[in-house]
Write a protein that binds this ligand. Structure first.
Ligand code: AMP
Ligand code: ZN
Ligand code: FE
Ligand code: FE
Length: 292
């Protein structure tokens, strides 16, 4: 059983349509894949239809922008009811923050002498409601300013670079509560990602577990072997589920191929069991893996 619990489609900043993503997951030999676009469930229906057709399991999820103790935290929410009104309201606020940030970023790029406007971004972003820096990066590639997304982030878009602009992210503990009320389960994506910092540490994670956190994405390309071992130990101490995933973005992110990290079947079973309990608590029917 090969299980990959974190991927992106064109419903956010991946480069493949949801259907294409699911077909690619099948072709990569995965038995189960989760679609986890940023802050939206828009890709779910198309992905589910493709999963049923080709006979691969689909876990419906999303990667939600939150903040905690002054840091951005990406929260993977699996199987929440995407129509639960308080969750929808918070996601809408995040999506508005994404849209509102765009003009500021483009204005800063124009100050640097780059001729770019929102039409350039709209052209590459398609009809996603979840616009992000990767779309600005793609527009810069199209305009011939940079060679790829990586260069765009390094020169302009990463935090601390000249075209970076902040945006709204939901308080993490509030989001843990909303996901649980919506009958879903929460896993922190790449907890020590990118910066290699060892925060949140075990004490913070223990508090988050009490606040409804179910798991940690330990096996991720942003974690070296040492980070993975430390996180695995903390997950064991705190009885948190351990997941592994690619964080695939199509051709948008190098070294994140489908299935490059995977989740053990018994860990997925634990997540599904926790989701079933959350659903029962909120009077919902048990959420299921589609297809497969
Ligand atoms: P945003 O959602 O607008 O804050 O942008 C964050 C997204 O940009 C995340 O999905 C990252 O995967 C992606 N990202 C961050 N750094 C890079 C990079 N160097 N190359 C490609 N994508 C990146
Ligand atoms: Zn992304
Ligand atoms: Fe992320
Ligand atoms: Fe991601």
């Amino acid at each position: 059983m090969r299980i990959d619990l974190h991927t992106h489609s064109r419903a956010s900043d991946g480069t493949q349509a949801p259907e294409e993503l699911v077909r690619a997951a099948g072709a990569a030999g995965l038995d189960v894949v989760a679609i986890t676009d940023h802050d939206t469930a828009d890709g779910w229906a198309e992905a589910a239809a493709a999963a049923s057709e080709i006979g691969i399991g689909l876990v419906r999820g999303m990667e939600i922008s939150t903040r905690h103790e002054g840091h951005g935290v990406h929260l993977l929410a699996y199987l929440p009811d995407p129509t639960y009104e308080p969750l929808v309201a918070e996601l809408d606020r995040i999506l508005e923050g994404r849209s509102a940030r765009l003009p500021a970023m483009l204005a800063r790029l124009r100050e640097l002498g780059i001729d770019i406007d929102d039409e350039d971004v709209r052209r590459v972003a398609g009809d996603t409601v979840s616009t992000g820096r990767p779309h600005v990066a793609d527009a810069l590639v199209d305009l011939g300013v940079v060679g790829d997304r990586t260069e765009a982030f390094r020169r302009f878009l990463s935090a601390g670079r000249p075209a970076y602009a902040n945006r709204y992210a939901a308080p993490l503990e509030k989001m843990l509560r909303l996901v649980g009320e919506a009958g879903g389960v929460s896993v922190i994506a790449h907890p020590w990602g990118r910066h290699g910092r060892q925060e949140p540490g075990e004490a913070s994670l223990a508090a988050l577990a009490d606040a409804g956190l179910s798991g940690l994405e330990v096996d991720h390309q942003d974690h070296d072997a040492e980070a993975r071992e430390l996180l695995r130990g903390m997950a064991r101490n705190l009885d948190l589920v351990v997941t592994g995933s690619s964080d695939h973005h199509g051709t948008g992110k190098v070294d994140h191929e489908l299935g490059c990290n995977t989740t053990a079947p018994e860990e997925l079973d634990r997540l599904l069991d926790l989701a079933a309990r959350a659903a029962a608590r909120s009077g919902r029917t048990t959420p299921t893996v589609v297809g497969g």
